[in-house]
Design a protein around this ligand. Sequence first.
Ligand SMILES: [Zn+2]
Length: 387
Amino acid sequence: MITTLHTEWTVADICQGFVYNEYEGKGLFGLSGKLVIQPEYQRNYIYADGKKDVAVVQSLLNEYPLGLIYFVKVSEDKYEVLDGQQRITSFGRFVTGKFAIPGANGVPQYFSGLAEDLRERILSAKLTIYVCEGEESEIKAWFKTINIAGVPLNEQELSNAIHSGPFVTKAKEEFSNSQNANVQKWSAYIAGDVLRQDFLRTALKWVSRGDIDGYMSRHRYDDNINELRAYFSSVIDWISSIFEETSKYMRGLEWGELYEKYHRQAYDSKAVSQKVRELMVDEAVNDYKGVYEYVLGGCQDTRLLNIRLFDDRTKKRVYLKQTEQAKAKRISNCPLCVMADGADKSRIWKEGEMDADHVSAWSRGGATDEANCQMLCKTHNRVKGNR
Ligand SMILES: [Zn+2]
C-alpha cells in the first residue's frame, strides 16, 4: 500500500459539488465529482446530532486541525473516503446550508449568515489528507485497524466493511435506513439505533442463529436479501400476532430464539395478552422482561419472573413461631423433615439453615405474606423448588 500526503486541498475544494442525500442520510460526492464520500463499506452519517457536527464547524472557525483524513485512490483522479466521512459530511452540510450553529445569544447561524471573514476562514481551511493506493483487501484490513476519530466502528459496522458487496448494500437499504416506514413498528421489539446497524445486526442474528459473519460471508455476493427479509418478517409477525400490546420491556428480547423455540405452538392471543397484563401489575414480579418467555412457555418457569421473596422480618417472625411450636412438640422445626421421618425428624435448625417457602405456590395464586410463609430447611426448600 502506498500513501501520499496532501495538504493542498481546502474545505472549499472538498465542498465543490458536495451532494448530501437527505433520504439515505449520507454525504455522497465532493471534490468536483472526483470524491465518493460514502463508499458502501462506510457507515451512515451519525454526526447530525447538533453536537458533533457543530463541533466540526467550531473547530474550523477556531482554526483547529480536523485531524487526519484518509482517501483511497480508486482510479486516476477518483477517490473514496476511507476515514473522515463524518467530518467531511459535517462541514459539507454546513457550507450548503443544511444546519445552523448556535451563535451569540443562542441565535442560529447558517453559513450564509456568517460574516464574510468567517465564511472565508472555513472555506480556506487546509485539510491533512493521506491518499492510499493498494489492493481492496489490503485497504479493508487496514480500515479495520484504524481508530476513527470520535466514534469507533462497532461490531456490525466492521462486519459490513469486511463483507462489503451487493448483499450488504441491499441489507443496509432495508435495515439501516431510518426513512424505512417499518422502523417504527420494529423498534417496539428491537433495541438500539437503526443508523448504527443495530436493526441489521438483529435481523442477521435471527436468520443466522447467531452466526452473523458466517452468514454474511456465504451471502456476500447475493443480489437479493430475500431469505433475510422473509425470516425477519416471520419473527416480527409472530410476535405481533401473539401479543396484542407492546411495552418497553419487549425491546431487545431474544425474539429470534423465542421464535425458534415456540413458533410451532398455538396461542390464544387474547388469553396471552390478558396474562401479560396481569403479570405486569403483579407486585411479586421483579423481572418484567421475563414475562414474555414465561407466558410463551405456559406459565411454568417462575425463575424467569424473579419473584419477590419474603422479607427478613417476616422470615424471622415465622421462624420464631415455628421453632417455638416445634420445641414444645419435640419435633423438627422443618415440617418436611418431620414428614420425612428420618434422622432429622426432631432436629431444630438454626435460622440461617432455613429458607422461606410459599405454602401455596405463587404461580397458583399464593401470596407473598406471612400467612402463606413457612420456613423449610435449605435441602427441603431446594427440593420443593417451585414458588
Ligand atoms: Zn427439612
